[in-house]
Every structure is written in C-alpha cells, then in structure tokens.
Design a binder for this molecule. Structure first.
Ligand code: ADP
Length: 212
C-alpha cells in the first residue's frame, strides 16, 4: 500500500510519517528531504533547488519530478509520499509514473490544521540534520536542550522556517497545493483528519491507523 500525506507546511506530515515508518514498515519519500540532501552535497540539482527553497518558493515541477522519478525506479511500494505532489501537474505526473510501475496511491491522508497552529509549530521547530526528526521548543522538547535524542546531533532551525519565508510557503500552499484537496476528496481512499489545538500527534496517528 502507498500513502500520500497532504497538508500545509507545519501540519505534521513529517511527524506522522515518522510513526508510520517506525511501526508500520513504510518508507518515506519526502521531496523536501531529498532536495536538502542534494543541497548538502552541492550537486547541480541541489544548487538549482536551493535557489527556490531558500526563498520558500516551490521548486519547478520538471526538477521535482526528475527527483521523484529517480526515486521511484528503486522503490514504489509501502511508500509515504510526503510533500509531493504540491501542484496538480505534479499529481498527474506522479500518477502516470506509478501506473508505468504497476503501482498506485491507495490512501490520501489530508491533515487539516488551522493557520495559527501552523505558525506556532513552524516558529518553534528544530530539526536534526542527521536523522531528520523534528522537535518543538515547547511541545516536543528533546531530552537535552538543542540535542537530538536519537543521535546526539546539534539541532538546527531550517532556513526556510524564518517568518518571512514561512509567509511565502503558506501562500504557495494556498494557491498551488490546497486545490489538490478538491482533486482528491471525491476519489476512493481519501481520509480527512482535523487537527485542532487540542489534538496530539498520537491522536492523529491513531486516527490514521484506523483509516488504514
Ligand atoms: P514543508 O512541508 O514544511 O514546507 P518540505 O521539506 O516538504 O517542508 O519542503 C520544503 C521546501 O522544499 C518547499 O518550500 C519547496 O521549496 C521545496 N519542495 C519540497 N517538495 C516540493 C515539491 N513537491 N514541489 C516543489 N517544491 C518542493
């Protein structure tokens, strides 16, 4: 089974993916993580991605879908699509790629979170540059301040989590990605999760497991 996670930046896609990987044997395909890896390795693709990512803008579809296609050649089952698709065009290309590989998306999990909560979460977010797990300065503190529980790495703030970049990212989400909710909502396998201020990550996970 393949799952797609749909939701704004800060909606908890990464946190949910982490639990599904650990407990249910899924593998994650996060285009953001794949792009950050290219940037870190200073590949030509990474240099291209950085031009957009550092501004909070979407990386062009041709670049993004090239990365996705490469990844899919090796893996196309038990995947969690996290951060992909982000445009209708990406959704259609992804579907075509999967059909060619005899695979499909079985569930689309839409995590619906109010904007103020997204802003609170992103402004307090810290990530481990090594294992990619994310923390929060108030709601998900590491055991030792600023240090990853898993591997002892020093936690960092993502450059695009700066407030002015977040604004651009949320605008890109509203104009480019939010229309995907309408595209998927009447198709089989659509799951709508409402996450308000009182919902914990565990509750979201439990609801998703129920839907799976
Ligand atoms: P978030 O969901 O918190 O924004 P991601 O790691 O998914 O975090 O994405 C960070 C950035 O990476 C985006 O703002 C964008 O620049 C780029 N990116 C990731 N996935 C895509 C995609 N599918 N299409 C275009 N750009 C992408």
């Amino acid at each position: 089974m393949n799952i797609m996670l749909l939701g704004a930046p800060g909606s908890g896609k990464g946190t949910l993916a982490e639990k599904l990987i650990k407990n249910q044997g899924f593998k994650q395909m996060s285009t953001g993580d794949l792009m950050r890896k290219e940037i870190k390795e200073e590949t030509p693709l990474g240099i291209e991605c950085a031009r957009y990512m550092n501004e909070g803008k979407l990386v062009p579809d041709e670049v993004t879908m090239g990365i996705v296609k490469n990844f899919l050649q090796e893996n196309h089952n038990q995947l969690i699509f996290d951060g992909i698709p982000r445009t209708l065009n990406q959704a259609k290309i992804l579907e075509e790629n999967l059909v060619e590989l005899n695979a499909k998306i079985d569930k689309v999990i839409y995590i619906d979170v109010p904007t103020q909560i997204l802003l609170d979460r992103i402004s307090g977010r810290l990530i481990c540059p090594k294992c990619k797990v994310s923390y929060h300065i108030i709601s998900r503190k590491p055991k030792a301040e600023g240090i990853c529980d898993n591997d002892g790495s020093e936690l960092v703030r993502r450059p695009d989590d700066a407030p002015e970049k977040v604004k651009v990212r949320l605008e890109a989400y509203a104009s480019e990605t939010a229309p995907l909710v309408d595209y998927y909502k009447n198709k089989p396998g659509f799951v709508h999760i409402v996450d308000n201020a009182n919902t914990t990550a565990e509750e979201v996970y439990a609801e998703v497991l129920g839907a799976l």
